[in-house]
Design a protein around this ligand. Sequence first.
Ligand SMILES: Nc1ncnc2c1ncn2[C@@H]1O[C@H](COP(=O)(O)OP(=O)(O)O)[C@@H](O)[C@H]1O
Ligand SMILES: [Mg+2]
Length: 322
Amino acid sequence: MAVIEVERLTRSYRSRTGTFRRRIAVVEALRGVSFSVEPGELFGLLGPNGAGKTTMIKVLTTLLLPTSGSARVLDYDVRRQARHIRGRIGYVFGGDRGLYDRLSALDNLRYFADLYRVPPRKRVARIESLLELVELKGRERERVETYSRGMKQRLHIARGLLHDPEILFLDEPTIGLDPLGARELRQTISGLHDAGKTIVLTTHYMYEADALCQRIAVIANGSFVATGTPSDLKAVVGDHTIIEIETFGIPDQLIERLRTIPGVRSIGVETRDLAQVLLVQSAVGADVVRSLLNELVDVQTGKVVTREPTLEDAYVELVKSA
Ligand SMILES: Nc1ncnc2c1ncn2[C@@H]1O[C@H](COP(=O)(O)OP(=O)(O)O)[C@@H](O)[C@H]1O
Ligand SMILES: [Mg+2]
């Protein structure tokens, strides 16, 4: 049985805008999404900023009511049975809030264990094993304010797990971490998943979704544009070849012209140092390289590389058509 079941879920926000003519603006943050998560799964919601990821997590953790459609968590309805859900899930939102900086990690966990009503006789052992799990053992008596962001984020996860929830929701857990901190945190998340925990994670990093998740839903503008395993998603661009061309000072009109070359599916532009790197998705492989380079005779170019598509390319393709 699925532990999360979402059907045609929508959620809009109403806000007032305009200083002179007050009017109500409606933002449709979720526009009818459906999916389910199986026990023990590590499910990823991948999408750009503003896609609706946090809104989705807030609905599932009963912090926001849906506008329409249905969402069930552990077979309870998020509207009518929120109380039953809350005690059985944990969540960690990105950012620094929610820990007492002047206290040690140990005192933070003791405080929250009390708040979450962890039975007193289980407390010591639970805190001990969580410190072990998030690799803060040995540092637990130091004040949280002396911790790196990565350590704080791992402590957040320990806090979210104190009451031994069946599902853990992680909203952009590695945001703002340095690469090493992010890697350690991903190891922690992987370890949790190996230990059998169901995890729903949001991210806007393709690499992270690819490295961690068994299944990914790609979300853009409040709608799912694809759901599948990382290799399913890569298959979206499977019959494409990616041609990367380093250019310097390429005019926008020229990029527009390149887009019209037969065989060119799409062109993304990435700035790397002084270069604008054209990421050309082509359906017919290297045949278009010559046509592209012919158009580029008057532009300074550098490296030209032809490669297999990655999950990131699939993501660009999917989000583009959303
Ligand atoms: N409290 C709010 N009031 C109005 N609009 C909001 C509110 N929260 C989010 N939104 C809007 O809803 C959309 C989805 O936001 P969010 O779920 O935070 O996306 P994500 O987490 O993927 O970046 C965005 O357009 C955002 O501006
Ligand atoms: Mg968000």
